[in-house]
Design a protein around this ligand. Structure first.
Ligand code: ZN
Length: 153
């Protein structure tokens, strides 16, 4: 399998600069791949069609070693291939525009406005479980006394 969806390659889904630098394996299982296909088809592709251009995926699947290396939560949906971090590096829509469009138009599990300002997050975390199990929950990540906290928005 070369592609998870029309515009997301399997390579992109498992790519991590950190894994590469540390020489870590970052290989999704078949179950992870099936989750990755779900979010790619149900969130990424409709969003990409809306912004009408490429969207940068900064982080998608994270195997246990990689997740530990970057200090990610052990409960992170990235570890199941259910979450991706997207960023407006290519400039077709701002992160806040993508956040608001997903919120208004798609079924998703959890979306996080990641830091940044009230006008624009630094990046957007989005997860997808299944049509029935998705919680459609929005959080905002912020720092307080050096710790990451979340509020429901
Ligand atoms: Zn994330």
């Amino acid at each position: 399998m070369e592609k998870l969806s029309k515009h997301v390659s399997r390579k992109e889904g498992a790519y991590s600069i950190t894994a590469k630098r540390l020489g870590l394996e970052n290989n999704p299982t078949d179950d992870h791949l099936s989750n990755m296909i779900n979010i790619a088809e149900n969130v990424f592709e409709p969003l990409r069609a809306h912004v009408n251009g490429p969207i940068k995926i900064n982080s998608f699947y994270r195997g246990p070693e990689l997740n530990k290396a970057i200090g990610g939560s052990s409960k992170s949906q990235h570890c199941h291939g259910q979450a991706m971090d997207i960023d407006d590096s290519y400039g077709h829509a701002s992160n806040s525009e993508m956040f608001n469009w997903i919120r208004a138009n798609l079924n998703y599990d959890q979306m996080i406005w990641e830091f940044g300002t009230d006008k624009n997050p630094d990046w957007v975390h989005i997860s997808y479980v299944s049509e029935d199990k998705n919680r459609n929950r929005c959080l905002k990540a912020y720092r307080e006394n050096g710790k990451t906290k979340y509020m429901i928005i």
